[in-house]
Design a protein around this ligand. Structure first.
Ligand SMILES: Nc1ncnc2c1ncn2[C@@H]1O[C@H](COP(=O)(O)OP(=O)(O)O)[C@@H](O)[C@H]1O
Ligand SMILES: [Mg+2]
Length: 421
């Protein structure tokens, strides 16, 4: 038993026994008409007060002052967690009681998210890093965890597994209205996340919703206050090629040669932008393209792996040319406003250069992917929220808002997407 519970139990049992004895003694003294205990009433009050204090201590330790609902969640989840931690061996035996790491739990206003802090120790450091806590947390699941800067606590960010962040747009008008509320140089991913426009790698098995999410992003880009200049590469010649041709045929490529030409066109515009921005930076040195209200240019390549594999069969000169073009965009595009959006099923080093992949700040993996896909996309040792991902659901990382994989639920557009384009 834990020390605090042991003390509470000991005090409670002691007080109850004392009260019973006082009552019995009182009864005997009354029937025998003798005055054995003069202060029995006072003692009774003291023991009842101790019992009341223990009760108040329990209420306060579970934050009753924040409301009955808060108390109930805190009480049930903390108790369940403590019990399961003991079952899983997270305790240290000390004489007649056991010690478990200190736990702190706090919920947000509508109980859709919570933060769990567990005191780290030499004995449990590795275990606390690896443990899957979700089964002990009722309706909550662990979204990500990290250790505090001072190394004293593990923080687990919890979310209500049943809460949905998925946006559903019944009409294109609804979509446009929502998009109006988002910054010109930002894109929304779901109801709680909007990210800065930046290089993006979108990974997921066939049917996981990659192209659908791309449509959604494209519709946002095409309806911003600043014009987004879009370039489309679709080596499989499927739906993106159709949409690209309806938007701008000259900026849509299907064959590998066409895609290379389009990339060259894109990079030459980027080089022009360099001169333009250099002049503008004289007025504000720490700015970028967005500071001066310039148009972003986005090069989108669906099924990038198809392009990469055809490219591999080509002569070295072509391969090197494409590689240097891609690197130029990745390394210089951020400030100039030129971005790459690569969509692929897997992100192995055989299909995409590791350095290229690592320099893409926004990474998304949709659907239930193999562990290897998560590792190649996000790197080793990342924690993927343990759940079933349906179509359009997955995880993403982004340096500022999601350094570790965070849940993502892509919007559902109930209107005719092709018509909207
Ligand atoms: N966010 C979403 N919400 C609802 N349905 C979706 C969503 N994303 C994808 N779908 C459905 O799944 C189908 C397959 O998605 P698609 O984008 O073509 O997959 P992928 O490109 O990964 O192979 C789409 O035609 C659509 O009906
Ligand atoms: Mg697709």
């Amino acid at each position: 038993m834990r020390k605090i519970n042991f003390i509470r139990l000991l005090c409670t049992v002691f007080c109850i026994i004392a009260i019973i004895i006082i009552k019995i003694v009182n009864l005997i003294s009354k029937t025998l008409c003798i005055n054995i205990i003069v202060h029995s009433k006072l003692l009774l009050i003291v023991f009842v007060a101790i019992l009341a204090l223990i009760f108040c201590d329990i209420l306060l330790s579970h934050r009753i002052y924040k409301g009955i609902r808060y108390f109930w969640y805190h009480f049930t989840i903390k108790n369940s967690l403590e019990l399961q931690m003991i079952d899983a061996g997270f305790y240290i035996e000390r004489n007649c009681y056991i010690d478990i790491p200190k736990i702190q739990l706090s919920f947000n206003n509508n109980f859709s998210a919570a933060e769990l802090k567990i005191r780290d120790s030499l004995k449990f450091d590795k275990k606390l890093d690896d443990v899957v806590l979700s089964s002990a947390l009722g309706k909550f699941v662990v979204e990500r965890h990290y250790i505090t800067d001072d190394g004293n606590y593990y923080i687990y960010e919890l979310i209500d597994g049943s809460v949905s962040f998925k946006l559903v747009f019944n009409s294109f008008k609804e979509f446009l209205n929502y998009n109006k509320g988002i910054d010109t140089y930002k894109l929304f991913l779901d109801s709680r996340t909007a990210v800065k426009l930046q290089h993006c790698l979108l990974v997921g098995q066939t049917g996981s919703g990659k192209t659908y999410e791309l449509y959604n992003v494209l519709l946002q880009m095409m309806n911003k206050q600043v014009k987004y200049e879009l370039y489309f590469a679709d080596p499989k010649g499927s739906s993106l090629a159709i949409i690209g041709s309806t938007i701008n045929e000259n900026r849509t490529a299907v064959s590998v040669e066409e895609i290379i030409d389009l990339l060259e066109q894109f990079v030459s515009l980027m080089r022009e932008r360099k001169g333009e921005l250099k002049e503008l930076l004289k007025t504000q040195i720490d700015g970028d393209y967005s500071t001066f209200g310039l148009s972003p240019y986005v090069f989108i390549c669906d099924e990038y792996a198809s392009f990469a594999s055809v490219l591999q069969s080509m002569e070295k000169k072509s391969r090197d040319k494409v590689k240097s073009l891609l690197y130029e965009i990745i390394l210089q595009g951020r400030q100039l406003g030129f971005f790459l959006f690569l969509i692929m099923q897997k992100s192995d080093a055989a299909l995409i250069d590791t350095a290229l992949r690592d320099n893409m700040p926004l990474k998304i993996v949709l659907g239930n992917s193999e562990q290897q896909t998560y590792i190649t996309t996000f790197g080793n040792g990342v924690d993927i929220p343990n759940r079933h991902y349906s179509v359009g659901e997955g995880v993403f990382t982004e340096p500022t808002i999601a350094p570790e994989p965070k849940l993502l639920q892509c919007p559902y557009c109930k209107f005719d997407i092709l018509k909207a384009f």
